[in-house]
Design a protein. Structure first.
Length: 310
């Protein structure tokens, strides 16, 4: 079954200025509509390392929903556990500035309640033989609970990410049952009720080490954009992973790619430091592409001894 990824699917509508972006003004530009969503991005990133992940999620019962399934299938993602539902996908509308950063965004979340029933019916088939589980922590609470119960039943590692920290903040107790939690600097501040935006990587590393220990979180990674990422474990180990230097085209999906790489490394025997390094390489490959074509890698490029399944 490979790595099982559980989460939501979005349609991303992205606007890019053709000249200098003027906030509040009229900007000529181009608009793209692509498949998105944290978990959908993550499962595609994992597949692009020639691994064969499984996606558990929902799509619209429309042609666009089928397009999502077809694209993932072409990447050799196991799509057996994707269900079609009315309004099964969310929407993310974003405007980018000339640096490739999001200037403004609005999102409409999908109703992921049907995932709970899916896990009730097919949870054993989904989790019994998987290599690990990657989970959006802000899914319906019962979906998260069921996933953690199956993980405990079958002895599987769980790695978590968020798309909406305001929801995930209500799930702090779940973090003690998750092997590694990944979020960005702003999200970490919300989680621990503090402002971390001004911290350097060294300072963030020290703060995170204390927070992880006091909250009894097994391990946690905080991404810091161009400053890289920091990690800390409950046993006191910590470190900094510098960001790769690339020409930024579009930062969308960089955090998802980082998470995917970290999950790949931790699933297949790498230390947290080495796993974050894989995440950093995947993130760099995503933000510097000039077309909507994801780069592909072989597991051996990351020092992974994982058989490639055709």
């Amino acid at each position: 079954m490979g790595i099982v990824v559980i989460g939501a699917v979005f349609v991303d509508i992205k606007g890019y200025p053709l000249s200098t972006y003027i906030p509040g003004g009229r900007n000529a530009g181009r608009i793209e509509q692509v498949h998105g969503g944290v978990s959908r991005n993550v499962v595609e990133d994992i597949a692009n390392v020639e691994l064969r992940p499984t996606f558990v999620g929902l799509v619209d019962d429309t042609g666009m929903g089928q397009d999502v399934i077809d694209k993932l299938a072409r990447h050799k993602v196991n799509t057996r556990f994707i269900q079609k539902k009315p309004d099964g996908m969310g929407t993310w509308l974003a405007i980018f500035d000339n640096d490739g950063d999001v200037h403004a965004a609005i999102s409409k979340r999908p109703d992921t309640t049907p995932l709970t029933g899916l896990l009730q019916e097919q949870g054993d088939a989904i989790f019994a033989d998987c290599d690990s589980i990657a989970l959006e922590l802000d899914l319906e609470k019962e979906t998260v609970k069921q996933t953690l119960r199956y993980a405990k039943k079958y002895g599987k590692k769980v790695f978590a990410v968020v798309s909406n920290m305001s929801i995930a903040m209500e799930r702090r107790d779940f973090l003690q049952q998750i092997d590694c939690f990944v979020c960005n600097q702003q999200e970490a501040g919300l989680l621990f009720s503090d402002d971390y935006d001004h911290l350097s990587p060294d300072e963030m590393c020290r703060v995170l080490t204390g927070n992880v220990r006091s909250a009894n979180i097994p391990s946690m990674v905080v991404t810091m954009g161009g400053q890289g990422a920091v990690y800390a474990c409950a046993d006191g180990s910590c470190g900094i992973v510098p960001a790769k230097k690339v020409d930024v085209m579009d930062t969308t999906g960089a955090g998802d790619a980082f998470f995917a790489g970290t999950v790949i490394g931790l699933t297949y025997g790498k230390t947290l430091a080495d796993a974050c390094e894989i995440g950093s390489r995947l993130a760099a490959s995503v933000i510097c592409i000039t077309e909507n074509v994801c780069p592909r890698f072989r597991p051996q490029e990351f020092g992974l001894d994982v058989p490639v399944v055709d």
